[in-house]
Design a protein. Structure first.
Lengths: 266, 378
């Protein structure tokens, strides 16, 4: 039995990015007005797990840390085909940076117990640090391969994966258990199905708080975060400037080409 | 206190239906518009996504879900493609009489294949002489031993040329007050799809005529009791047909609002997006008000239906309101787009054409008012 843990994150819906506000004091995102969705790259992590489950006898556990509303995205993963959900939720976990998040998730993975493969999305669409996966591996003392774009061989205790690097790729052979962070090139995530949603009725989500994880409040959340965000500002909305080119068709074409060159587009 | 919220599971069904529509249907809309033909790929995808299985009981291979979930699915698919939403809503219209009135044998014979999308269904009631008034139909049957012999023609039948499992209503040749509903399938001789309609909108949803010529139907194919077939088809049309059209109209209303917001934020006039103009905001507000009102009417009727209560009157109100509203919405969306709204590159021109086909489907607004009038006077 291959035990797979997929770490997922509830992120503000990227389609509603313009409505995300920033807390001026804590420099964290205020998500109250924006619906939470499954981090897009985590869908690829889920799909990787589901494809393995189709090939091998496997059990998929989905793990997330977040507010109670994040339970919806865990439920969504159960509807996609995961077997068991875990939500680490406690006010003390709030405001965690990548380090404290990885620490908490690693504790959760330890508490789950059995794990051969841990999949994470390469990054979250809100934080985009790309650190959580590698830091989970560090806390668990496991090897990690980041930016996996293809699983080349996955039989036995040693896998070969193809991972992106600048201007190319690397083939990595890694001994399980291991952590993999995945890119969107890895697969095409399946969509939710009605029957999957119905099957998820019978699947459980375990909710674990600070006490149940058995960790100190000093080591999680904002208190356990060594990264201090000194400044975080919303990007000024691009004020679109419209310029209407006039002249003959040829003149307008020349002007347009000139402007595109000046803008560095061509 | 009334709770107007959907359950978490229903929200997930909506998400699933939306993802399905955006990933499996949207890319075929242009092709359907261009050819006017049903997309085999879309029909296949609908089957694979279990969209035809929603209200079929689990023991017959369905999902055993309710009418609220069905309305969610039809609404979300129609938001992307009204033609596909219409096709799907009529599949259910063909399935419902078998679920509600079919013998155990008929249910086992047809429902699993219909749930998987291997069989495609429709209901054939309308004729040149009767649709909203089904007593005016002329298709007739006569009994011959244990069989019935059916003759006649049906028109404006959605899915006419793709359906292989149809519920058909006919009148007793000798008793104009007796009607029977039968299930016909493609293996039976004596019926065929004939003329294909070219509609102004809903291109990609097939509509046409069916002809029956000495079609021999075993008595085992009858739905409900002999002579009481009107009840069978009217129950399907009243609750499922009208309910489906509400979903189609709501999806179209949503599409009109979304496209209008998008365009109003992009189109610059007087140095600002036209969304900053009060006159455009007024139109957007009207679109939103109609959508909210339509959703309340439609989902309330579906909730009544899910309780097992009669909902045809409530659906008549919702059908009237939403199909009228989707026509208003489509016109407003075209108006907001100005000259661009007249160009086929912009979806709103399709919305306008589609909206005028949504109106009379499953009963015109005038007929809905006749039904509502009878209701309030009863």
């Amino acid at each position: 039995m291959l035990n797979i843990v997929v770490c997922v994150k509830a992120v503000p819906d990227p389609k509603e990015a313009c409505n995300i506000k920033i807390d001026p004091d804590t420099k964290t995102l205020l998500r109250c007005d924006v619906p939470l969705v499954l981090n897009p790259l985590d869908k690829h992590a889920m799909e990787a797990a589901l494809q393995l489950k189709a090939q091998f006898e496997a059990r998929i556990s989905v793990l997330s840390m977040g507010p109670p509303e994040a339970g919806n995205i865990v439920k969504e993963c159960l509807a996609l085909g995961a077997d068991q959900g875990y939500l680490l939720s406690d006010p003390a976990f709030g405001g965690a940076d990548a380090y404290a998040t990885a620490f908490t998730l690693a504790k959760g993975i330890r508490k789950i117990g059995s794990f051969d493969v841990i999949f994470c999305g390469m990054a979250s669409s809100d934080g985009s640090t790309e650190w959580v996966g590698p830091e989970i591996a560090t806390f668990l003392g496991l090897p990690v391969v980041t930016l996996v774009k293809k699983i080349v061989e996955c039989k036995g205790a040693s896998w070969i994966v193809k991972a992106s690097v600048e201007n190319g790729y690397r083939l990595a052979q890694v001994k399980l258990p291991a952590v993999f962070t995945v890119t969107r090139e890895l697969n095409t995530p399946r969509t939710l199905s009605f029957s999957g949603i119905i099957k998820a009725r019978k699947k459980d989500i375990d909710h674990w708080s600070l006490d149940e994880l058995g960790v100190s409040s000093e080591s999680v959340g904002l208190k356990g975060s060594p990264t201090i965000v000194s400044e975080l500002n919303a990007q000024e909305e691009n004020k679109r400037q419209v310029e209407i080119l006039t002249g003959t068709r040829e003149e307008k074409t020349d002007m347009l080409v000139q402007k595109l060159v000046e803008a560095g587009v061509i | 206190m009334i709770d107007f919220t959907f359950t978490e599971e229903q929200e997930m069904f909506r998400k699933a239906a939306r993802e399905f529509a955006e990933t499996q249907v949207a890319s075929y809309v242009d092709e359907m518009e261009k050819t006017g033909e049903v997309s085999d790929a879309v029909v296949k995808a609908l089957g694979e996504a279990e969209m035809m299985a929603i209200t079929i009981p689990e023991e017959y291979g369905g999902l055993g879900l309710g009418y609220t979930e069905r309305l969610i699915a039809v609404e979300e698919i129609s938001r992307v493609s009204v033609a596909t939403g219409m096709m799907l809503q009529v599949f259910a219209l063909g399935i419902e009489p078998i679920v509600k009135f079919g013998s155990e044998e008929l249910k086992k014979k047809y429902l699993p294949g219909l749930a998987r999308g291997e069989r495609l269904s429709t209901t054939a009631v309308t004729e040149a002489t009767g649709g909203s008034d089904p007593t005016g139909i002329r298709s007739s049957y006569k009994k011959e031993g244990d069989d019935f012999i059916l003759n006649g023609r049906k028109c404006f039948i959605t899915n006419s040329h793709i359906a292989d499992t149809i519920t058909v209503l006919a009148k007793d040749e000798e008793n104009p007050k007796a009607f029977c509903a039968f299930v016909l399938d493609k293996d039976m001789d004596g019926w065929k799809a004939t003329h294909k309609e070219h509609k102004v909108g809903m291109r990609g949803c097939n509509t046409g005529e069916l002809a029956f010529e000495n079609c021999r139907i075993p008595a085992t194919q009858m739905l409900g009791e002999e002579g009481k077939g009107l009840r069978v088809t009217m129950a399907a049309i009243g609750d499922v047909g009208r309910g489906g059209m509400v979903g189609v109209a709501l999806g179209l209303q949503t599409a009109c609002l979304e496209e209008s917001i998008k365009f109003a934020n992009e189109r610059i006039l007087y140095g600002k997006p036209i969304a900053a103009l009060q006159t455009i905001q007024n139109k957007l507000a009207d679109l939103k008000i109609d959508l909210e009102a339509g959703q309340l009417l439609g989902y309330r009727a579906a909730a009544i239906q899910d309780k097992g209560q009669r909902s045809s009157n409530e659906f008549a109100v919702a059908k009237y309101y939403t199909t009228e509203a989707c026509q208003r919405a489509a016109k407003m969306a075209v108006d907001i787009h100005g000259g661009y709204g007249c160009m086929e590159e912009y979806a709103v021109s399709r919305f306008l054409r589609d909206s005028y086909v949504v109106g009379p489907s499953a009963g015109t607004s005038d007929i809905m008012k006749v039904i509502i009038g009878r209701w309030v006077l009863s």
